[in-house]
Design a protein around this ligand. Structure first.
Ligand code: HEM
Length: 447
């Protein structure tokens, strides 16, 4: 049986591609308001994309029928940067890598990183001057990179962090261009961007392999960082660990997956607080009541309930991962429609999280909405900032802890204000959902 699926009208050859490219968020949102549970787009003459708006169907794709799919095109291209790590690998290989890496991300393990997160937040603020305007998005990228570098390698390797940051930037630009380009120019062709990418990748490999070699030589004992855990991980079936190349791919994966996503979330939090003084005031009251003047710790997190609600609500309105895409590899039936190999299924957190069916006043910033039993009343995949199923974000606890600790640390000392009252801040949906053109905010020291 095949149900009827509709979608916005497109042009003869390019289909809906140009409208989508012009303003992806607006395009998918208005399509979701005009069509049913499944919306059909055509990108170019042959590529069929179906956006799922029914949480139960999303559950089938990500959980019960996940074996019929592989990751979408964008992530396949990302292999140029992150190799065949946990984010991009498929099937048995993914399962093995996931098993090997899971313990390193256990809630108790990552609790030890709380101190690093707070200290890096304090370090960042040591550069801030009362009254100045700063690009807060740039600052958030810097601090999350410093945090992931230190939790990965144990010590603050300042030069290494800058180098890795630059290489990731070049790599992600290369991936974004390649994913959206019609012509596939192989890396062996020495164009300017190919050369820049190859060179930065080589420098990066040298840095990471040197760190792996040093650690293998000196032993992992006594080190409490992610790198030691990756090196020490053994598969329970065959007792084997990871090769240096696998460790390199996983290190890069964690840098890429765990850096910009959290930075974006922090930027959106500060933007929302700057535009909602009454919510900021409630946050200040909580920080005073729980912390007085001292810095937060992991042990404070269960008591920082409003802080956590702000993080949760920000991930609803501005989910750093704004869509999850899957490509069908084996014919599959979902919701009465049979999808064919090569079809793309798109599941957008951005659109779902602003759906009237599940959220009152969906475009408003109301952290209190998560206070009661909202998450029990709505279907699981009506709120899924970290995805779901066997490929759910492995760093979700890490990210939630980092966001809450950075928020508490920074808000205790500074208020962040719009530069001008009519300042426009728009989301830009690239690989992740970031503020377009950065986030200039005026910083004011709290009395
Ligand atoms: C607010 C911050 C974050 C958000 C919104 C986020 C979101 C996501 C989402 C939606 C996925 C699933 C993608 C898919 O199914 O196609 C994912 C996967 C992943 N994330 Fe995150 N993430 C965040 C932070 C982090 C951090 C801090 C780390 C590591 C320290 C991390 C590491 C990963 C990895 C390794 C995967 C791949 C898991 C797998 O395929 O088994 N993420 N993330």
């Amino acid at each position: 049986m095949n149900v009827t699926i509709s979608g916005p009208k497109g042009l003869p050859l390019s289909g809906n591609l140009l409208s989508f490219r012009r303003d992806p968020l607006q395009f998918i949102r208005s399509a979701s308001e005009e069509h049913g549970d499944v919306i059909h787009f055509r990108f170019g003459p042959k590529r069929h994309v179906y956006m799922l708006m029914n949480p139960d169907q999303i559950k089938e794709v990500l959980v019960s029928k996940q074996a019929h799919f592989r990751k979408g095109k964008g992530l396949q291209v990302a292999k140029a940067v992150v190799g065949d790590g946990i984010l991009t690998s498929e099937g048995k290989k993914h399962l093995r890598q996931r098993r090997l890496m899971q313990p390193a991300f256990h809630r108790d393990r990552i609790a030890t990183y709380g101190q690093v997160m707070v200290r890096q937040g304090v370090d960042l603020m040591s550069e801030w001057k009362d009254g100045e305007v700063r690009d807060i998005h740039h600052d958030m990228m810097k601090v999350t990179l410093a945090i992931i570098t230190e939790t990965m390698f144990g010590k603050s390797i300042k030069e290494g962090a800058d180098q890795i940051g630059k290489a990731i930037d070049i790599g992600l630009k290369y991936v974004a261009n390649k994913a959206s380009s019609f012509i596939d120019i192989p890396l062996s062709v020495p164009t300017k961007s190919n050369r820049e990418f190859v060179e930065s990748n080589e420098t990066l490999d040298k840095t990471i392999f040197a760190l792996i070699e040093e650690r293998r030589k000196n032993g992992e004992q006594g080190q409490n960082d992610l790198l030691s855990m990756l090196l020490a991980a053994r598969d329970e079936d065959d007792g084997e660990g990871m090769t240096d190349e696998q460790v390199r791919d996983e290190v890069m994966t964690i840098f890429v997956a765990g850096h910009e996503t959290t930075a974006n979330t922090m930027s959106w939090i500060f933007y929302l607080l700057a535009t909602h003084p009454e919510i900021e005031k409630k946050l200040h009251d909580e920080l005073t009541a729980v912390l007085c003047d001292r810095l937060p710790t992991v042990e404070d997190l269960p008591h920082l309930t409003y802080t956590n609600l702000i993080v949760q609500e920000t991930l609803r309105l501005y989910p750093a991962a704004w869509t999850i895409n899957r490509e069908v590899v084996e014919e599959v039936e979902i919701g009465g429609h049979t999808y064919q190999p090569g079809d793309t299924l798109m599941m957008s957190q951005y659109v779902m999280h602003r759906n009237h069916r599940y959220y009152d006043k969906p475009d408003e910033f109301i952290p209190e909405r998560f206070e009661g039993d909202l998450l029990k009343r709505i279907p699981t995949f009506a709120y899924f900032p970290f995805g779901g199923g066997p490929r759910v974000c492995i760093g979700n606890n890490f990210a939630l802890m980092e966001a809450a600790l950075l928020l508490a640390t920074i808000t205790q000392r500074y208020k962040l204000r719009l530069e001008t009252p009519d300042q426009k801040v728009e989301p830009e949906p690239l690989v992740t959902l970031r503020p377009k053109n950065g986030l200039p905010l005026r910083i004011e020291k709290r009395g």
